[in-house]
Design a protein around this ligand. Sequence first.
Ligand code: ZN
Ligand code: ZN
Length: 125
Amino acid sequence: MTAQEIIRCEECRRPLKTEASRAAKIGPRCAAIKAAAKDLSSRQRAKFRELLSDGAVIPTSRPGEFRLPSSDGSSTYRTTPRVCTCKWGRKAAGHPEMHGCIHRALVRLKVRPQIRAADRRTAFA
Ligand SMILES: [Zn+2]
Ligand SMILES: [Zn+2]
């Protein structure tokens, strides 16, 4: 038996361990980030990555709705994976051909694991 070839994540270059990740050539976290950022411009993507670590996404009492501070911190936006109350978000609402806003992308990344957990509960109930 030969040693398994090292396949690295195309985003972060870490060696991939699971069969599914190796086949996709990307790790689960990087795949989720990439999927969440898919309708952003390249400039937005850089900002999006900066914002990933600072925990600015605050849950509200409504499931799937979050509160995010504006970039200057003077106000907050209400954001779901599809709708955002920021200026750009309101403009882009209902226009899938336009870039989305960073807030929506951050929320998409946040709600994704919860959606999956819910799917699992239903599947094995
Ligand atoms: Zn990666
Ligand atoms: Zn927004």
